[in-house]
Every structure is written in C-alpha cells, then in structure tokens.
Design a protein around this ligand. Sequence first.
Ligand code: SF4
Length: 254
Amino acid sequence: MSEEKSHKVLFVGLLLVTCTLLFLVAALLWWIPYVGLANIHRALPALLAVFFGTLLSLAVVGILSIVLTLVFKKDLLLSKRLRGAVIKIIFPVLILVGKLFGISKEKIQHAFVEVNNDLVMAQAGRIRPERLLLLMPHCLQNYDCTVKITGNVDNCKRCGQCKIKDLVEMAEIYHVGLSVATGGTIARRIVVEKKPQIIIAVACERDLTSGIQDSYPVPVYGIFNIRPYGPCFNTQVDLKRVEKAMLHFLQGGA
Ligand code: SF4
C-alpha cells in the first residue's frame, strides 16, 4: 500500500473508531440515567435516544461521504460542506482520539492534508490562472542566498541554486501567482491581499495544517516539502507534483 493510501486508511480508521466511541458513550449516557430520566419525564429517555441517534446517523453519513469522495475522487456527496466539517470538527476530534491510541500528531496532520487534498480536487472547477496562487515556504530558498524574495519573488536572480528559480519560471509560463512566506502571519496577509480562488501550498505537516484551517473557505491543496537536511533548512519540493496539481485546477479537473 502506498504511503498516501495508508494515511487515508488511518484517517478513515480513526473516524470509525471515533464513531464507535461516540456510540458507546451515547449508549452509556442513555442506559445509566435511564431510570432517573424516566422519573423526571417519561419521554426523556426516548428524546435522548433520538438525539444521539441523529448525531450518529450524521456521523455515519459523513464518514460514508468522505470514503466515497476518497475512492471515486469526485464531488459525490456535499464535499464542500464536508471539507468544512473535516477542518473545523473532525480533525480536532481525531487528534484527541489519536492521542488515546498513541498515534503521533504529525501522522494525523499528514493524513488530514491528504484527505483535504482529495476533497479540494473533487470540488475543483476550471479557474483563471491569475486566481491561482502558489504559496511557498521561505526554507525552499538556498540558505546562503542573500536576495530578498519574500516581498517579491521576481528579485530571484535565477542562479539555479534552489527550486525558487524553477517556481518563478513555472509561474511565468502558466501566468499564475507565486509568493514566498516566512511564516503563518505573512502567509495569511498574502492570502488576504491576493484573494486567490485556490492555493497550492508547499510546507511541512504542521504549517500545511494550520494554513488549510486559517485559509478556509479558500481551498488549499497541500504538498509536503522534502527535508533532506532536517526541518526549515534548504528544503526541496517535487516540482512535477506542483505542476500536476496546477494543471488539474487550470483545466477544471480534466
Ligand atoms: S535561485 Fe533565486 S532564490 Fe535561489 S539561490 Fe538563486 S537567486 Fe537565490
């Protein structure tokens, strides 16, 4: 099984575990105070059962929709709303459930980005190049380079010592936006200023996760940076993956 697939399986597995836990808690909450509730009002246990039943039904429909979108890679069942639910509710819950089972936060963040990517891809319609933004981390720039590219990537001298040169050329060829951010605050400011319709962001698990959450409802397609020298230092990016994702959005998912 590929690494990407195993992360998605982990995400769905955690969702199922969460649902089971929810069911057990609901059953306990219903059974234990059953007598007490019935004493207050005869209808209370039934009302509580309807409440938890609805909650569980919603959770089951949500999981089914996520699985179908991941399998068919198509916007089958409300993937727009689903992405919001995954970002705001499901992901924070899964971090807690993952903790119970000793699964690292980074692993769940990785799975979250992969699932988010599939949901973003599934919703993709054709967009104009100027509405697409490539958002890159500062650590892609060669550490010894003295050129300041954070304000304006066109300052890059294109010496080829890092992938910024290739990205600048790629942005020129496809007429898309390209920005480099030194951190979350700058990245947020860039998004507010440029108002992109879609973002392809490159970063580590932590920064991609917070970027996806902070930019919502603007869709962010996340690509993990490659860290041959450890985090935040002369990182790399798979340019083919950036180009493939860009073409997907420019061609409307074709
Ligand atoms: S390609 Fe651009 S950013 Fe990278 S080292 Fe050369 S001048 Fe600096």
